[in-house]
Design a protein around this ligand. Structure first.
Ligand SMILES: [Ca+2]
Ligand SMILES: [Ca+2]
Ligand SMILES: [Zn+2]
Length: 363
């Protein structure tokens, strides 16, 4: 049986096509869960059908009424997969024209609104052609509902990289880029997120921003370019959830290293322990540590009075349990001790197959 909210959307779309819906008077008629924006649709015979209310997932519009990470009135649940297993993702990454979701409900249209320039619409919910960051709204008939807390990011195609750089930003060459046999895990990336001073603080989920995952080099060069998999962000959010569930205090999971350009992976910073085929070059790996006091050093997570590798093991065990509950997010978990250059940390990735190790160096 279809969930009632999806039924409502299908119903609203059907009604819109029949032309029997009339625009309602005031949004307040949609009740407390509706958005401030858009217009309501009303059907006289069957009582009020509030398309805006049915479409609304705006948690901001019902502050405190829904559990964190959950949609409020849940009518846009056909977009729910974009929130990930954690329910906390706030960005979806697509190549130009790539479908946002496999099968959008009929009768609806996606409206993508960039920060600058004209909005573009797509009944097929295909991502906009022009690379950039877009707000999303869903239109049905005359009603429009903004999808709160979600951005669609159209990637800059990989082919935009010429001689190892895009614009002035240097990335280098990927393994197998000049030929050779790569397994699918090492296939060339489809495209890059363009990161600017304006969008670097864009939330990609409840706890993380785009800028958190940038390679730490070329400080003065903008825009920068980045690979980032939503599954990785989803896994990190689930690790935070798991740690909290286990009773650990976690407000801030610091990303010591996220994406690394091949150029940086070979030559930047402390390269000891970095693999030639590091997952960090593919945007599906991070080195993380709990840093609630944000001093850049690992906290005493297990409260045994010292900061050591056991604090990294706490995070690794949480990642282990996340994988057990979410087999699609399987990947690597590595535990690293402190060195002179950094505190203990945990490597977490979503490479698609299980890998476990205890490392040295910079992970
Ligand atoms: Ca700290
Ligand atoms: Ca400790
Ligand atoms: Zn790592």
């Amino acid at each position: 049986m279809t969930p009632p909210t999806q039924g409502l959307i299908a119903f609203a779309a059907h009604e819109a096509q029949d032309g029997r819906l009339v625009e309602a008077t005031r949004l307040e008629e949609c009740g407390p869960t509706s958005s401030r924006r858009g217009r309501a649709l009303r059907r006289s015979a069957a009582g009020l059908v509030c398309a805006v209310g049915a479409l609304s997932i705006a948690p901001a519009a019902v502050k405190g009424a829904a559990p964190a990470g959950r949609s409020a009135s849940a009518g846009l649940e056909f977009l729910g997969a974009l929130r990930g297993a954690s329910g906390k993702l706030k960005a979806a990454f697509r190549t130009p024209g790539e479908p946002l979701i496999p099968q959008p409900p009929p009768g609806l249209t996606a409206l993508y609104e960039p920060d600058h320039g004209a909005a573009v619409s797509s009944p097929a919910f295909d991502a906009p052609q022009r690379p950039g960051v877009y707000k999303v709204a869903v239109e049905v008939h005359e009603a429009r509902e903004v999808v709160e807390d979600l951005r669609v990011v159209t990637l800059v195609p990989f082919a935009a990289k010429k001689e190892g750089q895009i614009g002035s930003y240097r990335l280098g060459q990927w393994p197998y880029e000049r030929g050779g046999t790569a397994s699918s895990a090492y296939a060339l990336p489809a495209g890059f997120v363009e990161v600017t001073p304006e969008n670097r603080s864009l939330p990609v989920s409840e706890h993380f921003t785009l800028g958190d995952f940038l390679t730490k080099d070329q400080a003065a060069v903008w825009p920068k370019y980045l690979l980032l998999h939503a599954e990785l962000v989803d896994k990190l959010e689930l690790v935070i959830d798991e740690l909290k569930h286990e009773g650990y205090h976690v407000e801030h999971l610091a990303i010591m290293s996220g994406f690394r350009t091949p150029l940086y992976n070979q030559a930047g910073g402390d390269t000891s322990g970095r693999g030639k085929l590091s997952r960090h070059m593919y945007g599906d790996a991070t080195d993380v540590f709990v840093d609630n006091d944000r001093d850049g050093r690992t906290d005493d997570v297990n409260r045994d009075g010292r900061v050591d590798i056991r604090d990294a093991e706490v995070v690794a065990r949480a990642a282990e349990r996340v994988e057990a509950g979410h087999p699609k997010l399987v990947g690597g978990v590595g535990i690293y001790p402190a060195t002179g250059a950094h505190g203990p940390f945990t490597h977490v990735d979503v490479r698609g197959r299980r890998a476990r190790w205890r490392g040295t160096g910079s992970g």
